[in-house]
Design a protein around this ligand. Structure first.
Ligand code: FAD
Length: 336
């Protein structure tokens, strides 16, 4: 399509455990800005089986926040995430909508789906977007910012005109789509899809960290390193996290030492997080750890070594023993 034509955006709105992920609303916000005032925004939700009821709730929320049409692909076979089948479901929405831009969350699922989608539409792909600069014209010449070299540098990219554009947005970086005025909500429509001839079937999902807040979407993370000294040493961190409504994370040092599960690992070979507040307790600040958390909005470091490299990226540093400092913080937050 030419850049002067009306822009249509499609959002793949990811659900997890039956609920819409916040990154789906962040993707919708980006899509609305990229489509511009004269453009239109569609969303697609995919699932089925036990999560079928939740698809309706997710679709209603998307419609209330600016999706003109929410396409619901509901099939018991899609109860578990299967990249080939989900890509086919998104493909059905693409065929129906003919979008010029497709937005997904930069989650484990989004990272699997986006290249497949880009290849299917013969489009360009910009991954892990942390900022979107849109001109008055809508997103035709939008500039996308993404981190490079484990967060040590940023690059800005734009698409060549013409081809469909596929982006993934990093969770916790872009504003969520605001609700539209009452009466202007979008509509919800069932969408059929053709299952691919061969695809992965998820038989079971074994959760190691059930009940915890998803690290990728947490606003506050209390993270422990080797300084925590034992599995029991995580207890004060768990307590602080519970009081502030945050999630618990860890350095690889703590995971390697067996103090916690690898699902909590943050860093180059773990999760990338960008919470509003990251509290690093007994973490030295190795470059591989910084790669996963240095984009956090506010970083507080607690370390008894005043020369620990973590203080180089921290906004606030507390030199002291974490077993003294963390309970004091918990007490103070509890009193608020
Ligand atoms: P340490 O470096 O041992 O630091 C412990 C800190 O705790 C020290 O600064 C110490 O002063 C402080 N301390 C001790 N006791 C207390 C106390 N009572 N109160 C306050 N402070 C205390 N690491 C990651 O985290 N994530 C990754 O994804 C990752 N990927 C890697 C990939 C590769 C290829 C490699 C080679 C390494 C990777 N690492 C990763 C490992 C990384 O290099 C570090 O070894 C690791 O981050 C160190 O963990 P740590 O800070 O908990 O431990």
């Amino acid at each position: 399509m030419s850049d002067t034509e009306k822009r249509t955006a499609l959002v793949y709105a990811e659900c997890a455990e039956g609920a819409l992920r916040r990154v789906a609303l962040e993707a919708l916000g980006a899509a609305r800005r990229l489509a511009g005032d004269g453009g239109s925004v569609h969303a697609v939700v995919v699932g089925g089986g036990a999560s079928a009821a939740a698809l309706g709730t997710a679709a209603a929320e998307l419609a209330a926040r600016g999706a003109e049409v929410v396409h619901v692909v509901d099939d018991p076979a899609l109860a578990g995430f299967a990249p080939e089948a989900y890509a086919a479901a998104i493909g059905a929405a693409i065929a129906a909508v003919q979008p010029s831009i497709i937005v997904l969350g930069h989650t484990a699922a989004g990272r699997e789906l986006a290249p497949r989608v880009a290849a299917a539409v013969n489009g360009g792909h910009i991954a892990d977007v942390t900022a979107v600069d849109v001109d008055d014209d809508g997103g035709a010449a939008a500039i996308f910012t993404r981190p490079l070299y484990a967060g040590k540098a940023f690059e800005q990219r734009r698409f060549l005109p013409g081809a469909p554009q596929v982006i993934t947005v990093r969770p916790n970086n872009l504003p969520v789509a605001e609700p539209v005025a009452p009466g202007s909500e979008g509509t919800i429509a069932a969408l059929a899809y053709s299952a691919p001839p061969l695809w992965t079937i998820v038989r079971d999902v074994v959760r190691k960290a059930s009940g915890r807040i998803d690290l990728a979407e947490a606003d506050i993370i209390v993270s422990g390193g080797r300084g925590v000294r034992s599995a029991e040493g995580f207890a004060p961190l768990e307590e602080l996290a519970a009081v502030v409504g945050g999630a618990v994370g860890a350095s690889r040092g703590a995971c390697d030492a067996g103090y916690c599960d690898y699902s909590l690992q943050i860093g180059q070979t773990g999760k990338t997080v960008t919470p509003k507040l990251y509290i690093a307790c007994g973490i030295s600040g190795a470059i591989q750890h910084l790669a996963g958390m240095s984009q956090s909005r506010v970083i507080v470091a607690i370390n008894k070594d005043p020369d620990a490299p973590i203080f180089g990226v921290a906004d606030y540093g507390i030199v002291g023993d974490l077993f003294d400092v963390v309970p004091l913080l918990t007490e103070q937050f509890r009193a608020i």
